[in-house]
Write a protein that binds this ligand. Structure first.
Ligand SMILES: *Cc1c(COP(=O)(O)O)cnc(C)c1O
Length: 431
């Protein structure tokens, strides 16, 4: 099975029909029009953007919760369903060294999870009215764009954003960060938030979390860590030390629909300061009075913009219970090994490589005469082939091809196929 087909949607194929359709014909249509076109995220050959996979037992959980249609926004309506969310959040608190007093939420993905955390940071520091334009947020230029998007949504478009220079492996330079904060304070500005990444989307880098935690503490900043892509690699014991300091953050985000291979639709946030989250999210309406009379355990609706929500905890709980954690650890470790294996294969073909990544995202380019043009044409050829799917990005003004290895179905055979595909396309281009 190919991982990508550039064939466009057939015009009007999915339109509603005036007469009833058979399930059989609709499944056929789904197969032909939906599953066969574009990127195939459930295939091991999806090595672009950030893949995940889509564990089958998670789909089974989705089926179950949709059939019983439990309501898990508040405790009253489904106490054990809400308890499952708390069990999973407690498991994550343990994993990332957060105290049990932290609050959390299972949201639809990393973007919403980041939005919740950044709203809490804003409210903790009361960044509103005149204070907005003098407040400073420190970011890596490699931060995921959902951060800038969230800042606009929560009314912080006019804060000052200070992009911190990176070291030669794409990590925030902590010395520069500290200098900037000091200077900004001297200027009478109000530094209040620094955002680190545990796995950047383009370069797979982990910022120096422990150093940033020191600096945040010293200057009283909220420290948020976006681990949507990379956070769950903490499960791999041999690289756990790279995450040192994550336990000192004020808030973190991780995406089970990336690092735990779930089907799309699950991102988690943990925040240490419950009151900061409650400020924006707790609202009591008269018609909810009997439903929310009990305040403990925390109502998921009090930690999220959502009230009615998909019962998404079961899609993580069921696979964890059925398979145990070991296969997840083994698959994550395998992705790290495959990243190095892929890089070695590319080097042998004459490609230049980005720096050794901390995790499983990396990039490469062929050193042709006009490299940007050549690599763009090469990527187009790879997309026409479609055996394996890769995407591209721009790093330091250079057009590069990017690999992101995170599907549990990606195996050594997949990488061998990718290398062969690239070799084929390269030979066509340089012959
Ligand atoms: C994917 C990603 C996000 C956004 O998460 P979604 O689940 O796509 O909303 C945020 N940050 C990082 C680092 C990511 O990789």
């Amino acid at each position: 099975m190919k991982a990508f087909s550039g064939e466009p949607a057939t015009p009007n194929a999915m339109n509603l029909k005036s007469e009833k359709q058979s399930l059989e014909s609709l499944l056929e249509l789904y197969d032909k029009e939906v599953a066969a076109k574009g990127i195939k995220p459930a295939s091991g050959g999806h090595l672009g953007y950030i893949p995940g996979g889509g564990i089958y037992t998670s789909a089974l959980a989705d089926y179950l919760v949709d059939v019983t249609n439990e309501y898990v926004g508040i405790n009253f309506s489904c106490p054990s369903g809400v308890a499952i969310e708390h069990v999973l959040l407690d498991w994550m608190k343990d994993l990332f060294g957060f105290p049990s007093s932290a609050v959390g939420n299972l949201a639809s993905g990393g973007s919403i999870a980041n939005l919740i955390a950044l709203t809490a940071a804003r409210d903790k520091h009361q960044v509103k009215n005149e204070r907005i334009k003098n407040s400073v947020i420190y970011l890596s230029p490699q931060v995921h764009h959902c951060i800038q998007k969230a800042l606009r949504i929560i009314g912080l478009e006019d804060v000052q954003i200070s992009y911190i220079d990176l070291d030669d492996r794409s990590r925030i330079n902590a010395d520069i960060l500290e200098e900037r904060i000091k200077k900004d304070r001297q200027k009478g500005l109000y530094p209040f938030l620094v955002i680190g990444s545990a796995g950047t989307t383009d370069t797979g880098a982990i910022d120096p979390l422990d150093r940033i935690a020191d600096i945040s503490k010293k200057y009283g900043l909220w420290f948020h860590i976006d681990g949507a892509y990379g956070g769950f690699f903490i499960l791999v014991d041999r690289i756990k030390a790279k995450f040192k300091g994550i336990e000192r953050a004020d808030s973190i985000v991780v995406d089970p629909h990336k690092g735990l291979f779930l089907p799309y639709g699950l991102g988690a946030v943990l925040v240490k300061d419950k009151e900061a989250v409650y400020h924006s999210h707790v609202y009591r309406a008269n018609y909810m009075q009997d439903a929310v009379s009990q305040e403990s355990p925390v109502h998921p609706a009090d930690v999220s913009p959502e009230l009615t929500k998909h019962f998404r905890s079961l899609r993580l709980w069921l696979p964890l219970q059925l398979h145990g954690i070991e296969p997840f650890k083994a698959c994550l470790d395998e992705k790290l090994l495959l990243t190095h294996y892929f890089r070695d294969g590319l080097q042998a073909l004459g490609f230049e490589l980005g720096p050794d990544p901390d995790l499983s995202v990396s990039y490469f380019w062929y050193p042709a005469k006009d490299p940007n043009k050549f690599n763009k044409i090469l990527l187009e050829a790879l997309h026409r082939d479609g055996e394996v799917f890769l995407s591209s990005t721009i790093i330091e003004d250079r057009f590069v091809i990017r690999m992101a290895i995170l599907s549990f179905r990606t195996k050594i055979e997949t990488i061998d196929k990718a290398i062969k595909m690239i070799e084929r396309a390269l030979n066509d281009l340089i012959s």
